[in-house]
Design a binder for this molecule. Structure first.
Ligand code: NDP
Length: 253
């Protein structure tokens, strides 16, 4: 495995399934050593074995990013184990959707904990390393890519709190982008449409059927389609900053 990310290190949260798994593979395919962060260690080990089997470098870092100390420790383990940090993909996320009036206690907090707090904990810990990589790293540029959603651009009934978290991710991304752009840390947001992953399997009964009805007959995106978008962003020359990518399934409104 070699390419534009040779000599760099990438950390991907939520690498145990779906978009994160595909993104870790893609970045490794471009030559990055990858730190794989999520809670399910067995899944991360399997992915790491696959990446190593293709000639890449992968480090498994099991962590719950909703815990600030675990998130910070995950970043430090990645830097200690792989030597540096040039790219971070804040991908871990949860989508527990349904009407506001019917929401069971705890669902909103769980979503906010992962989609907002988890992303912030990882960003806080990673930023000093990204600033250092932009100054002295092999590419003299660093990347922070936040995975938002079409739900970060368009609010719809039934997804209010998920919208809240993803609109928040978009706003945070844009503000931070302006703070660090002159230091050559590029901060970008990717907004996937409907991707075939485990994401909707966590919603409660009744909502799952409604989602199934919505996507029935639609050709959903593959996780690799979003991994391609992330890889495109982070492999650009340092003079280029792709701030935002909205990638919908072709038949999605
Ligand atoms: P998956 O459910 O397949 O993946 C979610 C990932 O997040 C898993 O690897 C999971 O790992 C990880 N994760 C969840 N909670 C935590 C936690 N507390 N600490 C660490 N990792 C955690 O879904 P997707 O791949 O679809 O989702 C990835 C991102 O893409 C999310 O941010 C989602 O909102 C966004 N997105 C997805 C869309 C889709 O249609 N699929 C559309 C738009 C956006 P583990 O359980 O092992 O911890």
């Amino acid at each position: 495995m070699s390419g534009r990310l040779d000599g760099t290190v990438a950390l991907v949260t939520g690498a145990s399934s779906g978009i994160g798994e595909a993104t870790a593979r893609a970045l490794a395919g471009h030559g990055a050593a990858v730190a794989l962060v999520a809670r399910r260690q067995d899944r991360l080990e399997k992915l790491a074995d696959g990446i190593r089997g293709e000639g890449g470098t992968a480090l498994v870092v099991a962590a719950d990013i909703t815990d600030r100390e675990q998130a910070a420790a995950a970043v430090e383990r990645a830097v200690a184990g792989l030597g540096r940090l040039d790219t971070v993909v804040n991908n871990a996320g949860l989508m527990l959707i349904g009407p506001v009036a019917d929401a069971p206690a705890g669902e909103w907090e769980r979503m906010i904990d992962v989609n907002v707090q988890g992303l912030l904990h990882v960003t806080r810990a990673a930023l000093p390393h990204l600033l250092a990589a932009a100054e002295n790293g092999p590419r003299r540029v660093a990347d922070l890519v936040n995975i938002s959603s079409t739900a970060g651009r368009v609010a719809r009934p039934g997804t209010a709190v998920y919208n809240l978290t993803k609109f928040g991710v978009n706003a945070f991304t844009e503000a931070l982008r302006q703070e660090v752009m002159t230091k050559r840390v590029r901060v970008s947001v990717v907004e996937p449409g409907t991707v075939n992953t485990e994401l909707s399997s966590h919603v409660r009964e009744g909502i799952r059927e409604a989602i199934r009805g919505q996507v029935e007959g639609m050709e959903m995106l593959h996780p690799e389609d979003i991994a391609d978008a992330v890889a495109y962003i982070v492999t650009r020359d340092r003079r280029v900053a792709v701030n935002e990518m909205l990638v919908r399934a072709a038949e999605q409104t």
